[in-house]
Write a protein that binds this ligand. Structure first.
Ligand SMILES: NC(=O)c1ccc[n+]([C@@H]2O[C@H](COP(=O)([O-])OP(=O)(O)OC[C@H]3O[C@@H](n4cnc5c(N)ncnc54)[C@H](OP(=O)(O)O)[C@@H]3O)[C@@H](O)[C@H]2O)c1
Length: 361
């Protein structure tokens, strides 16, 4: 449930309560069911998709990642936070990781830090501003000219709770970065994914998706904008996309998997925006019990990207209180993400906005 209440103290806007709830995943957010019982929740993400779900091995961690030698993995936003931790873990298992980043100095610094770790394969930094459709085309073209395979595409880059801005293409910036750019990137790289046996796409969503709905008459926030609602909606878009991509891949008989993950809650640079900084301060007392470290937050993403037991159409996240932290398990799929009409409509809107058309309904 997205609640738009705001408070002001000395004229300063405090974050909407939905933002606090979304990030903390704490009680009051509504339709999450009895999430303390992981076993009860486990099949939820797949029952709706009509496939069976293997149980996640308890305590799954980076030691369970199979050998990744010879595999090529793109991680958008791989220079920081969860993307960096995922890159580090995959490079440690021999993957050729491509850090697809908007800042080349940051990408090179991350590459160096990983390369300096014993037994880690040096990642390759490449320029990508995922909020800019031209940059997405340029990245995809450059990538295709260098690589003839793509085993995993991790759609991780993200921004959170920023004041309303428009991207170069005129899209609301959180939707442009978190969803639309990744939608276009996936479409442009699909032929390479299709040509790679066992390839996967891993959209990175959030528990924030629970507090959102897609308002098609206000996609760009032109009729009213809330920093947190826009974030929540972009993360619901990630989950709708991951599930719809699975359905469309299946319907054309593709072997490419779409496995969505969310990290729970980790104090990363995502909390650097002004709105998120205030939330971070409000949540500080809860950070110990509710948040986990970025390397733990990366585990559901790594599971989705590498585990032989991960299911296409599955959704994975931490198993603790309100899925904010804990071990990897099947995650709760909010009702709004199960709406196939909305998913199909979002797909069509994403195609016409980005000009990248693929996998027709
Ligand atoms: N941390 C959490 O609690 C949490 C919870 C739920 C979901 N998530 C999701 O996890 C993902 C990673 O977030 P994080 O926590 O690791 O945050 P982070 O440390 O801020 O990392 C975000 C990454 O995305 C990159 N990025 C932002 N805009 C970009 C653009 N236009 N083009 C290319 N890269 C761009 C950032 O680049 P710069 O370094 O240049 O800014 C950074 O590398 C996001 O999708 C987020 O929504 C995080």
């Amino acid at each position: 449930m997205a609640i738009g209440w705001r408070w002001r103290i000395k004229g300063r806007r405090l974050p909407g309560i939905s933002g606090v709830i979304a990030m903390a995943g704490i009680a009051g957010g509504g339709r999450v069911g009895r999430l303390s019982d992981r076993r009860r929740r486990e099949p939820t993400s797949v029952i709706n998709l009509g496939c069976s779900m293997a149980t996640v091995k308890q305590g799954w961690n980076t030691r369970d990642i199979p050998d990744q030698s010879g595999r090529v993995v793109i991680i958008t936003g791989g220079n920081s936070g969860l993307g960096y931790e995922a890159a580090r873990a995959l490079a440690g298992r021999g993957a050729q990781v491509v850090l697809a980043c908007r800042s080349m100095p940051k990408a090179e610094a991350a590459m160096q830090r990983i390369a300096d770790e014993p037994g880690h394969r040096s990642p390759i930094p490449m320029q990508l501003d995922v909020a800019d459709v031209d940059s997405v085309h340029a990245f995809a073209k450059a990538f295709r000219s260098r690589y003839d395979r793509l085993d995993v595409l991790i759609n991780n880059a993200g921004i959170m709770a920023i004041p309303r801005q428009l991207s170069r293409d005129g899209f609301e910036m959180q939707l442009a970065t978190n969803h639309l750019g990744h939608f276009a990137l996936t479409g442009l790289l699909l032929p390479l994914l299709q040509a790679t046996s066992g390839a996967r796409v891993v959209p990175v969503s959030s528990i924030a998706a629970r507090y959102a709905r897609i308002a098609f008459d206000n996609l760009m926030g032109e009729r009213g904008y809330s920093t947190w609602h826009a974030y929540n909606r972009s993360k619901l878009a990630n989950l709708l996309f991951g599930l719809e991509l699975h359905r469309r891949l299946q319907s054309v008989g593709s072997g490419v998997m779409s496995v969505t993950a969310h990290p729970g809650a980790s104090m990363t640079n995502l909390f650097a925006s002004p709105g998120a900084r205030i939330t971070k301060r409000l949540l500080a007392p809860l950070a110990g019990p509710l948040f986990h470290s970025a390397d733990r937050g990366a585990l559901p993403i790594l599971y989705a990207a590498t585990s032989p037991d991960a299911q296409s159409g599955g959704y994975y996240g931490p198993d603790g209180f309100q899925e904010t932290s804990g071990d990897v398990a099947a995650a709760h799929v909010p009702r709004a993400a199960r709406n196939r009409q909305v998913a199909a409509r979002l797909w069509r809107a994403s195609e016409s906005l980005t000009g990248v058309y693929y996998l027709p309904d």
